[in-house]
Design a protein around this ligand. Structure first.
Ligand code: HEC
Ligand code: HEC
Length: 325
């Protein structure tokens, strides 16, 4: 934050400097100084003003998000909650928050000590670091209240009240209050595991400016969220797509994400799934082999999705073969 504050102040200083130079050039006696100097300095003023505005906006969003205080909450920690939380965490969180191997890559294995620098891995390291947190009580979450943990998952606000930029992009704000509490119960029940990898995110000024320019859009979560009634329905399938993370990679409606610079995108899985019977869909999702005999590549984490209960996978099938609303 200190470095970004300094950069923001320097950029604002440059706006003032070039603004002043523009003013001087326009008032100069020589016509060519007026035109060349005024235009040059004027353009520089506009350029730095644009940087100051987008950077300042991102700065405000990250460090002064206007967060509500964490809710008063004590999670009951019933065995049912812990079991539900285990199911959800092993679907939704383990892909990113698992322990990393010697090369810094995630292992999809417990303990959930994190340490994966996802910004560097996904080719946007120029924006800063985003290193996944240790989710066991051995990490900083051990000092979080239940309400603070709830606020992380619902509003992507950390204990200090700052926005955590990566989690903000994830769909977990749509998880119901009950499921959010179940996840908290399960994380609390884990044995404490430690890791000395530095975790957390620090966006560089460029990252803040991109956020300020609206290039990292995210919606804020509602105060209270209820899940649709559990069942083999398209509506519940859409909810499964959130906690099974399909929508995290394949877009909010699971219709694919177009490639963009630095992001290879993901295909729309619906056309393929619509050609399959439910039994064929189950086989594909649990074997990792598509009906044409080719395997899912490593970028498609089918091993995690294979842990879905039958009813949830069936609901997902109904949802992914129904017309997109
Ligand atoms: C796609 C990767 C990804 C997934 C999936 C993911 N996280 Fe994270 N998480 C991150 C990253 C990266 C950070 C580091 C901070 C940041 O930039 O958001 C983080 C940080 C956190 C933090 C620390 C917040 C703080 O106060 O600093 C918590 C708690 C957390 N995640 C919980 C979860 C839970 C619970 C799930 C599953 C429901 C989950 N995460 C799924 C990437 C992920
Ligand atoms: C971490 C990101 C990620 C998650 C999570 C994810 N996918 Fe994928 N998926 C991909 C990528 C990337 C591909 C494309 C791989 C390739 O063929 O290059 C893919 C491919 C697919 C395909 C094959 C599409 C085709 O026409 O070949 C299907 C079907 C699919 N995903 C379904 C799902 C479902 C259902 C879920 C949720 C249970 C899911 N995916 C979760 C990244 C993801």
């Amino acid at each position: 934050m200190i470095v970004n504050t300094l950069i923001l102040l320097v950029v604002i200083g440059l706006v003032v400097l070039f603004g002043w130079l523009t003013y001087r050039a326009i008032r100069a006696k020589k016509l060519w100084v007026k035109i060349v100097g005024g235009l040059g300095a004027g353009l520089m003023t506009l350029l730095f003003a644009a940087i100051a505005i987008t950077g300042g906006k991102g700065f405000a969003a990250a460090y002064f998000p206007g967060a509500d205080p964490a809710p008063e909450l004590t999670v009951a920690m019933t065995p049912e909650q812990i079991a539900r939380g285990e199911y959800l965490v092993n679907l939704s969180c383990i892909g990113c928050h698992a322990a990393v191997d010697g090369a810094g890559n995630p292992t999809e294995q417990h303990p959930l000590t994190g340490g994966w620098n996802i910004a560097a891995a996904e080719g946007f390291g120029f924006m800063g670091n985003m290193v996944t947190e240790n989710l066991t009580p051995g990490g900083k979450l051990g000092d979080y209240s239940d309400g603070e943990l709830f606020r992380v998952m619902r509003h992507s606000i950390n204990q200090e009240g700052d926005l955590i930029p990566f989690m903000d992009l994830m769909p977990y704000k749509a998880l119901s209050d009950d499921d959010t509490e179940a996840i908290i119960a399960y994380l609390r029940s884990l044995p404490a595991a430690e890791s000395d990898i530095e975790t957390g995110s620090n966006l560089k000024f460029l990252g803040l400016a991109m956020k300020g320019a609206g290039m990292l859009p995210a919606e804020s979560g509602a105060a209270s969220v209820q899940a649709p009634a559990e069942g083999v329905t398209a509506e519940y399938g859409a909810y499964v797509a959130i906690f099974a993370d399909c929508s995290g990679c394949h877009g909010p409606d699971v219709t694919g994400v177009a490639p963009s610079p630095g992001d290879p995108g993901t295909p729309n899985p619906r056309p393929l799934i619509s050609e399959l019977t439910q039994a064929e869909f189950f086989t594909m999702m649990r074997s990792g082999i598509k009906p044409d005999g080719t395997a899912f590549p490593d970028t498609m984490p089918w091993q995690i999705a294979a842990g879905l209960h039958d009813d949830d996978l069936a609901a997902l099938y109904v949802y992914l073969t129904a017309p997109v609303k």
